[in-house]
Design a protein around this ligand. Structure first.
Ligand code: ADE
Length: 249
């Protein structure tokens, strides 16, 4: 049976999934705990990578080389860099960029050596399935899963699911200048985070299908410092739980 690696950067983004993991067996490698077990009858390995591209890349490599996963799903939060994107919306990654990669003058800014592209795409089949799983969640299930108080608190009424580009870098984005610089230097970026493009590069190099879903926790501006932790601690893992459940079940 296919084995699926499910990753988050922080335990808060996936603890509700860990709570329902059946036959949980923990293997520790490189200070990461890999939880092997079953979710909705599927073989899975759950792991949180820690923050940033290096941490995410090493965790991805271990999922592929040690645990032989056939597919990877990354689920977590991101900051919005597009004015049509709001807190509570879900972005399903199409292409992933490393916004802080710059080997100029040898290569154009953002172009990855040898790969010779700026962007790495997610797998289109996984992406479309994640879009459907996320749409089902926001259209039909969100009110059953997230309390009315939280939905009101974050002004989440009709959240959107968008397929779009994501930029990753080793920086928490918290001001308009940096947000606008990322937005204007890369094509159609909807959100920023700190891991997705690193996972995408490793999956591309090992030819493992990848899907990335990111719930918007903040607007990557000066409110991000308070919006991000509040959203992550209160709501993020409920999004992950129900979307991953829809995806697997
Ligand atoms: N993840 C969630 N919000 C973020 C932000 N503003 N910058 C980087 N990563 C994030």
């Amino acid at each position: 049976m296919k084995k699926i690696g499910i990753m988050s950067a922080m335990v808060e983004e996936m603890n509700t999934l860990l709570e329902v993991l059946e036959r949980d067996e923990v293997v520790t490698i490189g200070q990461r705990e890999y939880h092997l077990g079953k979710l909705w009858d599927k073989d899975v390995v759950l792991v949180f990578s820690r923050w940033g591209k290096v941490a995410a890349a090493s965790t991805t490599t271990t999922l592929i080389t040690e645990f032989r996963v056939d597919e990877i799903i990354f689920t977590g939060v991101a900051g919005a860099v597009d004015s049509n994107v709001s807190i509570g919306d879900v972005i399903v990654a199409e292409n992933l960029f490393q916004h802080d990669f710059d080997a100029s003058p040898f290569l154009l800014k953002h172009v990855l050596p040898l790969i010779l592209k700026k962007e790495i795409p997610s797998n289109p089949i996984v992406r479309n399935k994640l879009f459907n799983a996320s749409s089902d969640f926001v259209n039909n299930q969100i009110k059953d899963v997230i309390s009315k108080n939280y939905l009101e608190d974050y002004s989440i009424s009709k959240p959107k699911v968008l397929i779009g580009n994501i930029a990753s870098g080793d920086q928490f984005i918290k001001d308009d200048a940096k947000r606008n610089e990322i937005k204007s230097s890369l094509d159609n970026v909807l959100a920023v985070e700190m891991e997705g493009a690193a996972v995408a590069q490793i999956c591309y190099e090992f030819d493992v299908p990848l899907g990335v879903i990111r719930t918007i926790s903040d607007d990557a501006n000066d409110n991000a410092i308070k919006d991000f932790p509040k959203f992550v601690y209160n709501v993020a893992s409920q999004y992950s739980y129900q979307i991953i459940k829809n995806y697997l079940a």
